[in-house]
Ligand binder design. Structure first.
Ligand code: NAD
Ligand code: USQ
Length: 401
């Protein structure tokens, strides 16, 4: 199958591109490398030393049955996207290419506006390009479990059957996202569902939970393939951050009470879920929603697991409760369904089996690269920074669009 991976230089995208290529698919990567620019602008760096996209792809292609093609460009640029479609003719399009950090989107007005325009307009372009050039192409779009928020009822996979005043219907599950970033995923979901309805496109919206880990079978094959492992307050996800904090004996930064519960999955399951979605495409006109995570944990559960893993390595790990910089429920009911990918054949990697190998050992291995000044949160949901920046400066951050 010809599969294009938008955002293929990123954390999930790189692992997915290699996995699909290794499984015999013909893969192209689309990326404008803007994520590397954001890191430079924010003064943050992945724990793991990653190579340039050109270098890592060149090394992979030396031994790949089908070389990975690279299209460097911006998904919000319709001319660029059109030429990629004309040249590569994808049968499936996996869309990871968005600004994906909730804190980044809450820094200030410019970052909120940029996040919404980059994500929503990019996805809108993708929908128009599929319609114009390749209407049979299956869109596999990365959404987020955070679209649902934390309602006081069970979370279904995308849709809920409702009985109201004696009548019944199956409707999109209510959305209560918790950041301007998470809101972009809701806007995308509406646009995707609408395009399937009016144009007969086929789409799978993968509402992914928080991803952890960095090692997959493919990225472990060569130093050149090492994947990013973010631990800073903007791009680092909670479990990756806790493992890096533990590696240097920094008290784990639990926000608020730590009862915030989310769905989590190993990056090795991310790549498999995307493959399962591609191999089992949605029907024409269908907009499927799968909840893509394997286990639920509260932030405090994770802190205790990391403490226990630290003890096995002889590291004493403390926990600190910081005032929560976000506006979110700190204790709540959470029970999200996640059966559809398992029904297609997903066999999860459980955290209890991978915490040491896939996370703690990596954090310890690269301990010398850890910058402790990146641990404490500075972005505050209640107080976006009110600053006027020179236009040129925001342009570098990509935030002036
Ligand atoms: P990432 O930032 O590591 O990768 C995103 C990639 O997309 C980057 O390489 C970036 O340069 C590229 N990109 C962004 N905007 C682009 C544009 N306009 N044109 C071309 N390329 C562009 O993010 P990630 O962690 O790999 O996340 C990938 C996707 O998965 C995102 O959509 C995110 O919302 C979703 N997701 C991630 C997680 C997680 O825990 N990492 C969880 C749930 C959902
Ligand atoms: N948290 C802490 N301490 C920290 C960092 C985070 O307690 O040091 C808490 C947060 O307050 C939140 C939870 O941990 O309650 C998860 O935060 P996170 O930063 O790991 O994840 P989040 O902001 O939700 O975003 C990440 C990805 C995003 C994806 C989302 C999936 O960056 O792209 O959409 O996970 S989900 O959470 O299911 O919406």
């Amino acid at each position: 199958m010809k599969i294009v991976v938008l955002g293929g230089d990123g954390y999930c995208g790189w692992a997915t591109a290699l996995y699909l290529s290794g499984r015999g698919q013909t893969v192209a990567i689309v990326d404008n490398l803007i994520r590397r620019q954001w890191d430079r602008d924010l003064g943050v760096e992945t724990l793991t030393p990653i190579r340039t996209l050109a270098e890592r792809v060149a090394v992979w292609n030396r031994s790949a049955a089908n070389p990975i093609e690279v299209f460097e460009g911006d998904v919000t640029d319709y001319g660029f996207l059109s030429s990629m479609f004309r040249e590569f003719r994808p049968e499936a399009l996996v869309h990871f290419a968005e600004q994906r950090s909730a804190p980044y989107s809450m820094i200030d007005r410019e970052h909120a506006v940029f996040t919404q325009s980059n994500n929503v307009l990019g996805t809108l372009n993708v929908l128009f390009a599929i319609k114009e050039f390749q209407p049979e192409c299956h869109l596999v779009k990365l959404g987020t479990m955070g679209e649902y928020g934390t309602p006081n009822i069970d979370i279904e996979e995308g849709y809920i059957e409702i009985e109201h005043n004696g009548r019944k219907d199956t409707l999109p599950f209510p959305k209560q996202p918790g950041s301007f970033y998470h809101l972009t995923k809701v806007h995308d979901s509406h646009n995707i569902s609408f395009a399937c309805r009016i144009w007969g496109l086929r789409a799978t919206d993968l509402n992914q939970g928080v991803v952890y880990g960095t090692v997959t079978d493919e990225t472990a094959r060569d130093e050149a393939f090492v994947n990013r492992f973010d631990y800073d307050e903007i791009f680092g996800t909670v479990l990756n951050r806790f493992c890096v904090q533990a590696a240097v004996g920094f008290p784990l930064t639990v926000y608020g009470k730590g009862g915030q519960t989310r769905g989590y999955l190993d990056i090795r399951d991310t790549v498999r879920c995307v493959e399962l979605a591609c191999l089992n495409p949605a029907a024409k006109g269908e907009c499927r929603v799968y909840n893509q995570f394997t286990e639920q944990f509260s932030v405090l559960d994770l802190a205790h697991l990391v403490q226990a893993a630290g003890r096995k390595l002889g590291i004493e790990v403390a926990v600190q409760h910081l005032p929560d910089p976000r506006v979110e429920a700190e204790q709540h009911y959470y029970n999200a369904k996640h059966a559809k990918l398992a029904d297609l054949g997903l066999q999860p990697h459980l955290l209890s089996e991978s915490l040491l190998d896939s996370l703690m050992n990596i954090a310890v291995r690269y301990r010398d690269r850890i910058d402790q000044s990146l641990f404490l949160p500075r972005v505050n949901w209640r107080q976006p920074v009110n600053r006027r920046q020179p236009k040129e400066e925001m342009a570098t951050a990509g935030a002036a669009k």
